[in-house]
Write a protein that binds this ligand. Structure first.
Ligand SMILES: *Cc1c(COP(=O)(O)O)cnc(C)c1O
Length: 397
């Protein structure tokens, strides 16, 4: 990760097809487009690779989460359970719909702690959003069973885990709705883009219509469209879809490269007795986009993380001190800083966050370092990096 490291001829050819016809929009203009439907082709490729019945492309991963929530009928005053460790897009999307993000602890999987989810369920809970951070997953059987028993919708954000599987099923295809990001730094990139995937036909139709102003897309050349409900514009362009199409076809190749690089680094760090690795549930196969490990305590993790940076080992993150991915530094959320007045339900519903502590999440994120696995490294570079990491972390402990 990211896929842009390996742009080549295939990406250029797909984009040129679009530029030659001149139709940059994914819908309509049937006569002008020379048979090129890149967004449709990419949706079919997503269905095939992620083993789902339906895929709807949208303009970003954030849009995918927003569309998935709207599709599931989540809105004013509904509670959505989500983890403390994710990307800010999770609560942004929930709040844009007038719903309330209920943040709960993570565990050593670096994803939702199932007991924390259980304790957070109230009569207002409508959905659980699990976020497969850094290429791996929660115990999906336990989560699925809990959601079924409590009649909750399960939404998977697999933006950082495209290509990972649980008991043979691609992440994103297990819950009611899955969300993917195809942004510039993700494993499969379209430049900007995202997708909602589902096996539920009704959800698919809702995603299709909602992401394009509620148009029902019936008839050739948009001739007979009506609007069964209100929507918005979350469309992807043909140019972006063209890049994504060439990239997605290489997913297996990308995962294989990541696995090889990850394995060299992991083997090297395994000899340090103080290093432990993130837990992967039984039946889980990571996408290997990150190598995530734990050190003994917050201080040693801070020391190791800054020493890695100083010694030129780039892209290793200590999320405890990071403002994008962990609740500790989300002051704007805790203080409800918005440009526009929030609905009363959201304001009241989020009052709990200001003073809430998450000791279990702090325990894991405080001791975690996650290193991005790149696609463009040569084997020599990975081996040098492994030696440097081993030396740097040993000295920092
Ligand atoms: C990248 C990311 C998103 C948002 O995707 P964009 O395409 O950048 O909007 C959402 N969730 C997670 C976990 C992400 O990593």
């Amino acid at each position: 990760m990211p896929g842009f490291e390996l742009f080549g001829e295939a990406e250029r050819n797909e984009v040129n097809d679009v530029l030659q016809s001149g139709v940059l929009m994914r819908y309509g203009f049937d006569g002008m487009r020379n048979g090129h439907w890149k967004a449709k082709d990419l949706e079919r490729e997503l269905q095939k690779q992620l083993k789902v019945k339906h895929a709807q492309l949208v303009s970003s991963g954030t849009a995918a989460v927003s569309v998935a929530l709207a599709t599931a009928g989540i809105g004013a005053g509904d509670e959505v359970i989500m983890p403390t460790f994710t990307f800010v897009a999770s609560f942004e999307a929930i709040m844009m719909l007038g719903a309330i993000p209920v943040l709960v602890d993570i565990d050593d999987t670096l994803t939702l702690d199932i007991d924390a989810v259980k304790s957070a369920i109230t009569p207002k809970t409508k959905a659980v959003m699990v976020v497969h951070m850094c290429g791996s997953m929660a115990n999906m059987d336990a989560l699925n069973n809990l959601c079924k028993a409590k009649n909750l919708i399960l939404i998977e954000d697999s933006s950082q885990a495209t290509g990972a599987t649980y008991k043979g099923k691609p992440l994103g295809s297990i819950g009611d709705l899955g969300c993917l990001s195809l942004d510039f730094v993700k494993i499969v990139t379209a430049g900007e883009g995202g997708a909602v995937i589902t096996n539920n036909e009704q959800y698919y139709k809702h995603s299709d219509h909602f992401s394009d102003h509620g148009h029902d897309h019936i008839g050739n050349d948009r001739g007979a469209e009506t609007h069964p409900f209100l929507g918005y514009n979350f469309r992807i362009s043909e140019l972006h879809a063209a890049v994504g199409l060439a990239q997605l076809r290489r997913l297996d190749e990308f995962v294989a490269i990541q696995k090889a690089n990850y394995t060299i680094l992991r083997d090297a760090l395994s000899v340090i007795p103080e290093v432990t690795f993130r837990a992967v549930p039984d039946g889980g196969e990571e996408s290997y986009s990150f190598l995530s490990f734990f050190l003994p305590d917050l201080d040693s993790t801070r020391r190791a993380s800054s020493a890695l940076k100083q010694n030129g080992v780039d892209a290793c993150f200590h999320y405890y001190d990071n403002s994008w991915h962990y609740i500790r530094k989300w002051e704007h959320l805790k203080e409800l800083k918005t440009l526009y007045p929030l609905p009363k339900e959201v304001k009241e519903g989020l009052g709990y966050l200001k003073d809430k502590k998450f000791p279990k999440s702090d325990h894991y994120i405080g001791r975690n370092v996650s290193c991005l696995i790149k696609l463009s490294w040569t084997e020599e570079e990975v081996r040098q990096r492994a030696a440097k990491m081993l030396d740097t972390i040993t000295k920092a402990l």
